[in-house]
Design a protein around this ligand. Structure first.
Ligand code: NAD
Length: 246
């Protein structure tokens, strides 16, 4: 029996990349996994591959930046499974560019998904977790929240996720709901594979452990935070980056 047996875990942006790796780990630990993503086709493929591995998985095609869609999602998941024990706010996008060339649209799209989407899912989860007086909310920020060249929109959204997490942790602690943020460093996913080779090499050179992370490196930390073993840890911001931020 895994350490998350009997738990219902929702992971946003889980059709690929980091989210898929996180969902896989939670499934391996026995959780019923709910994959939430914009990409319907990729959702189906992820569910099929998880079921082939013997994990319990289902998916919902949802834009987490849309309030009505998110409310409906949480109502449907609660109807289907009776509860939500674990929420992992992972869905995120980047639209990089230097500040002086950044359009309002470029700024807003990133804020809408990374910060407003995380807020909407956190709010809906909090309402339902409070009723049961337990829950785990884990949000994916980024090492970039400290500021990163060409990422004013992304860094601002990820710093916002830290502020949101710490506030949620204070407000929900008395309801036995923990809220923590993870800052992955440089993880090998489609998002990072999109950078030019030169930038890839520069990033690896900044990592003391000398390699990009794997989605499972982040999944392992999340499985721990979601487990009973981490019941007294809340409001923390944890780097998983091979020493990229020390
Ligand atoms: P990715 O682009 O490979 O995957 C992101 C997933 O989110 C995709 O499946 C996409 O369809 C989904 N998504 C995007 N917008 C959505 C929306 N509005 N509603 C629902 N789903 C949506 O990215 P990734 O590298 O796996 O990153 C996942 C998260 O980790 C992001 O929040 C990212 O900012 C964060 N992060 C990644 C790294 C890294 O090195 N890869 C580092 C730090 C933080």
């Amino acid at each position: 029996m895994g350490k998350l047996s009997g738990k219902v875990a929702m992971v946003t942006g889980a059709a690929r990349g980091l989210g898929k790796g996180i969902a896989e780990k939670l499934g391996k630990e026995g959780a019923q996994v709910v994959i939430v993503d914009l990409n319907e086709e990729a959702c189906k493929e992820a569910v099929d591959s998880f079921r082939e591995e013997g994990y319990r998985a289902t998916s919902y095609t949802v834009n987490i930046a849309n309030e009505d869609e998110v409310t409906k999602l949480f109502n449907n998941v609660t109807d289907e499974f009776g509860k939500i024990d674990i929420l992992v706010n992972n869905a995120g996008i980047n639209k990089d560019g230097t500040l002086h060339k950044m359009s309002v649209d470029q700024w807003q799209q990133v804020l809408d998904v990374n910060l407003t989407g995380t807020f909407l899912c956190t709010r809906e989860a909090a309402v339902r977790m409070k009723e049961r007086n337990e829950g785990r909310i884990i949000s994916i920020s980024s090492a970039s929240w400290l500021g990163n060249f060409g990422q004013a929109n992304y860094a601002a959204s990820k710093a916002g996720v830290v502020g949101l997490t710490k506030t949620a942790a204070r407000e929900l602690a008395k309801n036995n709901i923990t809220c923590n943020a993870i800052c992955p460093g440089f993880i090998d996913t489609d998002m990072t594979r999109g950078v030019p080779d030169k930038v890839w090499d520069q990033m690896i050179n900044k990592i003391p452990m000398g390699r990009a992370g794997a989605p499972s490196d982040v999944g392992n930390m999340i499985a721990f935070l979601a487990s009973d073993e981490a019941s007294y840890i809340t409001g923390e911001v944890i780097n998983v980056g091979g020493g990229m931020v020390i």
